[in-house]
Structures are given as structure tokens and as C-alpha cells.
Design a protein around this ligand. Sequence first.
Ligand SMILES: [Zn+2]
Ligand SMILES: [Zn+2]
Length: 343
Amino acid sequence: MNRQKSQVLAGKKSDSLRIQIWGARGSLPTPFTPIELESHIRCLFEQFIYQNNQVKSDKRDVELFLSQIPRYQLGGYGGHTPCVEVNSPHQQIIIDGGSGLRVLGQEMLKGPSGRGLGEIHILFTHFHWDHLMGLPFFAPLFIPGNKIHVYSVQPDLKKVFRTLFKKPYFPVPLRKVNSQIQYHTLKPRETFYINDIAVTPYQLDHPDPCWGFRMEQGGRVYAHCVDTECIRTTREELGLDLPLYQNVDLMLFDAQYTLSEAIEKANWGHAAAPLGLDIAMREGIKRVIFIHHDPAASNAMIAAAEDQTLRYYQKLFTHAQEALPHLESVDWAFGYEGMVLEV
Ligand SMILES: [Zn+2]
Ligand SMILES: [Zn+2]
């Protein structure tokens, strides 16, 4: 793993996909509590004083100190539930409407029109709460003239929207939402285009069910594999859904649990990072970012799971290299809110 390589990448290539994580937490928004934040700040101050040996310090010392702390230790992994933005040079696509969607919506309002984007495209993997709860708070929905295209393999998307915007759960009924919403039902494993991005839905291993997306543009491939328990692991078991994992440059994968938790919580619909690494190594996936972190896990617990995954990966890679000396390494990391990746 090269953690640095997986950090924010600046600049934009002419043919590329840029992926930004707006929500990396699974199941339930998980903000720092005031007590956690206070203890976090105290801990950082203590480290700073210790490193600077109580000598009088100025602002530059603080900046230097903070720049040496890994991003995920400084601000944690984030508390918003799943929302991922994919951009090609010509097109934006949003995947899922978790609580991170509210923040993305605010950012979109800062664009030149101040109205969102005019035409907006949102794909839904499935309808569990953590992937929908940001929708009623997505400001571009309420702006007249905007056209919002929403897509899912499940045919009942319109019904889901009506239920979300319904009293007593939300005060504004769907008919009073000012944008125009267009519903699209997707055919499983059939490729369609949104401008220059080819999108194909493949089934994941999750209740109700859930669909991942393979996205291709200019020869770059992104695979969105959240939420999944990864019950099917072999090529034979994956069957028609195997192409989701083949010739992929970047995969986002479910890592709600540690490996032992995933065994304990069989049939809960979520995986552990080592399961994603097994598939990535076999299929030659270049980079994997793990998200959908457990709301029950503190940032320290997620960091510990990342370290445990590193030990697993080192053993797996060394072992596999004995048989396959030219085996490519996998660049992987645990993702966090605000992380930007380019392929
Ligand atoms: Zn979820
Ligand atoms: Zn789910």
C-alpha cells in the first residue's frame, strides 16, 4: 500500500474520471460527539507540546506539526453516510443520496448559475435509509428549472421518492418540489450512457437487493461496490456479475467490519477489507479504497482495522508473489470524507 499515493490528487487529466467521497460512513451519520472532539483536540495539543519541548512556538510550528499527522488521524474518516461524486471532463454523476449529498448540494450551489447544475444525474444502489436520507436536504431539488434524473435497477424509485417527501416524515410533499424529476429504471447488466460515461449495473451481495456500478470513460474504469457482503468470491460464483471487477482502475469497496466481525455478522450485508483485497489481487484491480465504515467504530478503531488489513495484505502479497513473481501490487487505503481520487 502507498497511503500517500491515495491521498488527494490535484489537477485534471483530459481523459480521466475524478471521484470524490462525500460520505464514507455506513448505516447512520456519525459525527464527533463534543466529548470526543474535546479529547481529540486535547490529545493533539499534548502531542504538540511534547514535540516542541515546551519551547515558545509560533503559527508555523503548528502548521508543520499538523502537516506531519496523517489526514485520517487528524480529522477522522468522516461521519456522513454514502454519497460519491464521479466526474468525467464533461459529466457529473452522483451515486447515492446519503447525508453527504446535502453537503455536495451546497457546493453545487456555489457554481456559476447558483442553481445546482441544471441537469443532475443520481444513481441509487438501493433504498436503505443511509443511502437516501440526504435527498430531502439536497438544495438543487428545490430550484425551479433544474432537471434531476434519478436511476435505479429497482422499479419502485418513484414510490420511494413519494414516501420520503411525505408528512409526517418531511413537511414538503413531492408535488411541491420545484425541480423536474425524471425516473429511470435500469436493466441489470445492460450498459447505458450518461453523456460520455458508460454505466453498467451489476448485483452485489446485500439484502433487498443492491446494485454496484461499473463506469467507463476514455479507457478508465471505476467500480462502485458498496454495500456488499461479498458472499460470492470465486469467478464461478460471481458469474454474470464478474465484469464488475475486471479491468478496473479504481474500486470503492465495503469495509464496514473487520474480518472477525464479518464472520460474526454473517448475512448483515457488509464485508471486510481483506475480502476486497482478495478479489483485487486476483483480478488485477489497480487501486482499492474502502468505505462504509461502521458507525459503531471510533476513528481509532477504523485506523486499527486499516493496520490489521495492512498486515493481511503484506502476508497475502508475499505469499502470492512466490508463485507469481511479476504480480502487481494493489494500491489501497481506507477512504474518508473529502477524499478525491483520479483515474
Ligand atoms: Zn449502506
Ligand atoms: Zn444497505
